[in-house]
Design a protein around this ligand. Structure first.
Ligand code: PLP
Length: 415
C-alpha cells in the first residue's frame, strides 16, 4: 500500500499539477494505441473530441432538477427515445443511468417491486444463466432477492430447460444476455421470454454490450438472433452508450416496455423538510457530462456513422476469429454473435494463461477468464489497425509459451 497522503497545506500551480498527472498516466494501459481489448471502446479521435467538448459544456450542471436545466432534460429524453427506436420499443419508457450496473440494479428492483405488487411475492428470486453479468448478483444482494443460476448449453447459450425448471411462483425476473460478456453469444431470448411470460414474470435482456451494435449488425445483413422489444415477453432492456455507443464512461440506458412497467422504477419520499426527493435511479445529484456526451455522440454519428463503425468492427472481428482459429492449439469458445469472444487451448491440459503472459510481454493487454480458462477480446473500430500485428504476436506467443506454467495471472474482471 502507498503511504497515506494528507491534504497539502498549500496549493499546487496547475502546470506542475498537470505535469504530475500526465506522468502518472504514462503507466496506464495504452488503449489509444489499440493495445487493450476491454475497458475502453475507441471509435476515433474525431468521436472522442465531440464527446469531450459535450462533457466540458455541461461539466458542472446537475441533472437532478430538470426545471433548472431543461437542456439536460431534453438530451436525456432524446437519448432514451433514440435508444427505444433502435431497440424497437415504440412505447418504451426509462431513464439514463451511470452505467450498466446501475441499469441492472434498477431492472432487478423494478421486477421485485412489480412481483410484490402484482403477485404478492415476498421472497423473490432472479433466475439468470451463469453467463449473466455479475451486476445481477450484486443487484440481487443489494435488493435482498435470491439469485438462482442456471447452466449453459455446450454452445455457451442459456439452457432454456434449466431456466424453465428454476422459474416458480417466487421468481420476479428472468435474465437473458444479448450478447453476454464472456462468450459474445446471444441467449435464446424468445424462448426465455416465453418461459417468463407464462408465469407473469419480468424478463430483462441485458444488451449492455449489444444494444448499440446488434441493431447495426442486423442492418448490415449479419445474422442477429431476435433479442429486443420485438420479442413478446421482454419487459426491460439495458444498453450502455459508454460501450458500443462510443461515449465516455457514465452513460447507460434502461428501458421498460411500457409506462405501466416503468412505474415500478422511480423512488419518491415527500416527508423531508428539504422537499420532495424524487429520483428514477441510484444517484441524487447527476452529472450533466455523461448525458450531454451520449446525446452528442448519437447525433454526431447518426445511423450512418454507427453503420460505418459497425462494419469496421465486424470486418476486424472476422479477421481476428479466422486468425485465432487458424493457430494450432487454440480454439474459440462457441460461435460469437457479436464482436466479443474468448479463446482457449484445444487441449484442456494446456495453459492458455501462459499465452496471456507472453502477450503481456509483447505489450498487449488481454483479460483472463475462467470456466474454462480463456483469454478475452472485445473488438473496437480502433483495432482494425492492429489486428494483423496482434495475430502475428499471438502466433509467436503460442510458439514461445508452449503452454508452460503461467506466472499466476488470475481470471479477474474488476478491482
Ligand atoms: C459491461 C457490462 C455490464 C455492466 O456494465 P457497467 O457499465 O460496467 O456497470 C453488464 N452487462 C454486460 C453484458 C456488460 O458487458
Amino acid at each position: 500500500m502507498s503511504d497515506p497522503v494528507g491534504l497539502p497545506a498549500r496549493g499546487t500551480p496547475p502546470a506542475e499539477l498537470f505535469a504530475e498527472m500526465r506522468a502518472a498516466k504514462r503507466e496506464d494501459a495504452d488503449w489509444h494505441g489499440g493495445r487493450t481489448w476491454s475497458l475502453v471502446y475507441h471509435a476515433s479521435d474525431a468521436v472522442d473530441d465531440v464527446v469531450a467538448e459535450a462533457h466540458a459544456l455541461f461539466l458542472f450542471e446537475n441533472a437532478l432538477n430538470p426545471r433548472a436545466f431543461p437542456s439536460l432534460k431534453r438530451f436525456e429524453t432524446e437519448v432514451i427515445s433514440m435508444t427505444a427506436a433502435l431497440l424497437n420499443g415504440p412505447h418504451a419508457r426509462g431513464s439514463m443511468t451511470s452505467g450498466g450496473s446501475e441499469s441492472i440494479l434498477l431492472a432487478v428492483k423494478t421486477a421485485r417491486d412489480r412481483a410484490r405488487a402484482e403477485r404478492d411475492v415476498d421472497r423473490p428470486t432472479v433466475v439468470a444463466p451463469l453467463s449473466a453479468h455479475p451486476a445481477f448478483d450484486k443487484a440481487a444482494h443489494f435488493c435482498d432477492v435470491e439469485m438462482v443460476h442456471t447452466g449453459l448449453r455446450d454452445d455457451f447459450r442459456a439452457d432454456v430447460g434449466a431456466v424453465a425448471d428454476a422459474v416458480d411462483e417466487r421468481t420476479c425476473l428472468v435474465v437473458g444476455s444479448a450478447f453476454g460478456y464472456p462468450h459474445g453469444v446471444v441467449d435464446p431470448i424468445p424462448e426465455l421470454a416465453a418461459v417468463a411470460a407464462d408465469t407473469g414474470v419480468s424478463m430483462h435482456v441485458d444488451a449492455c454490450l449489444g444494444g448499440f451494435i446488434l441493431p447495426f449488425l442486423e442492418r448490415l445483413g449479419h445474422p442477429v438472433p431476435p433479442f429486443d422489444f420485438r420479442v413478446d415477453g421482454v419487459t426491460s432492456m439495458s444498453a450502455d452508450v459508454h460501450k458500443y455507443g462510443f461515449t465516455a464512461k457514465g452513460a447507460s440506458v434502461l428501458l421498460h416496455r411500457d409506462r405501466a412497467l416503468y412505474a415500478h422504477q422511480p423512488y419518491g419520499y415527500d416527508g423531508w423538510p428539504g422537499g420532495l426527493y424524487g429520483t428514477r435511479g441510484v444517484q441524487g445529484a447527476r452529472p450533466g457530462g455523461p448525458i450531454a456526451g451520449a446525446w452528442a455522440v448519437m447525433r454526431y454519428l447518426g445511423e450512418e456513422g454507427y453503420l460505418r463503425l459497425a462494419r469496421a468492427v465486424l470486418e476486424t472481428t472476422h479477421r481476428l476469429l479466422e486468425g485465432v482459429r487458424s493457430i494450432d492449439g487454440l480454439r474459440v469458445l462457441g460461435d460469437p454473435d457479436g464482436p466479443v469472444f474468448a479463446f482457449t487451448t484445444t487441449d484442456d491440459g494446456q495453459n492458455v494463461f501462459a499465452v496471456g503472459d507472453a502477450m503481456d510481454a509483447r505489450g498487449w493487454h488481454l483479460d483472463r477468464q475462467q470456466l474454462p480458462d480463456a483469454l478475452h477480446l472485445m473488438v473496437s473500430p480502433g483495432h482494425a489497425r492492429v489486428a494483423d500485428r496482434f495475430l502475428d504476436d499471438l502466433r509467436a506467443a503460442v510458439n514461445e509459451a508452449g503452454f508452460a506454467e503461467a506466472s499466476g495471472g488470475q481470471a479477474r474482471y474488476g478491482e
